[in-house]
Ligand binder design. Structure first.
Ligand code: ZN
Length: 179
């Protein structure tokens, strides 16, 4: 449940897990500090070029070798949309224009929230970034559904192709496990 820290960052004594303010929290009884923890935000982009979308094959664990929308942890002091632009550059060496928030996907068990933006590639050139084995543009028929790294990407892709049939791109809220 927790990425448990062992020692208090304030005094160096051992911390404990204690029911405090309505839930289990990491507490230092020595200096009476509550070490609050919060979910991580993962930010990414569903990038469109003509009738294709950008996928990157992960060069790092977890799910190395599987395909994913470019995404990664939001950095301190970074805007969510800037994180998506940065991650797309790092993974596919390509520039994008953000259009809108497309999916918000909760992973309470992993303590993460994904935000995927809908974006346009500025040109159709994709490269292999540092964190990907390869990058490519895929039509709906070409999407490697069984080789997708994460359900967050599958959710966004499914919603994209559903919305594209109507031409109206809504914002979608999802949670894993999906019912
Ligand atoms: Zn302490």
């Amino acid at each position: 449940m927790f990425n448990l820290q062992k020692y208090c960052s304030n005094c160096g004594n051992e911390v404990i897990l204690k029911f405090t303010e309505g839930r289990d929290r990491i507490v230092c009884e020595h200096c009476e500090i509550i070490h609050y923890t919060n979910p991580k935000i993962v930010t990414g982009a569903l990038c469109v070029w003509d009738n294709k979308v950008l996928l990157c094959r992960r060069a790092i664990e977890p799910r190395k070798g599987y395909w994913n929308l470019p995404a990664g942890y939001l950095e301190d002091f970074e805007k969510a949309e800037d994180g998506a632009i940065r991650e797309t550059w790092e993974e596919a060496g390509t520039e994008i224009e953000i259009e809108k928030v497309f999916t918000v996907y909760n992973l309470p068990q992993a303590n993460q929230v994904y935000i995927h933006f809908l974006a346009k590639l500025k040109d159709g050139i994709v490269r292999n970034g540092e964190e990907s084995i390869e990058s490519g543009l895929f039509t709906e028929e070409e999407i490697p559904w069984k080789e997708l790294a994460f359900t967050s990407s599958a959710f966004a892709l499914r919603k994209f192709f559903e919305d594209r049939k109507t031409g109206i791109f809504n914002t979608h809220l999802g949670t894993f496990p999906e019912k």
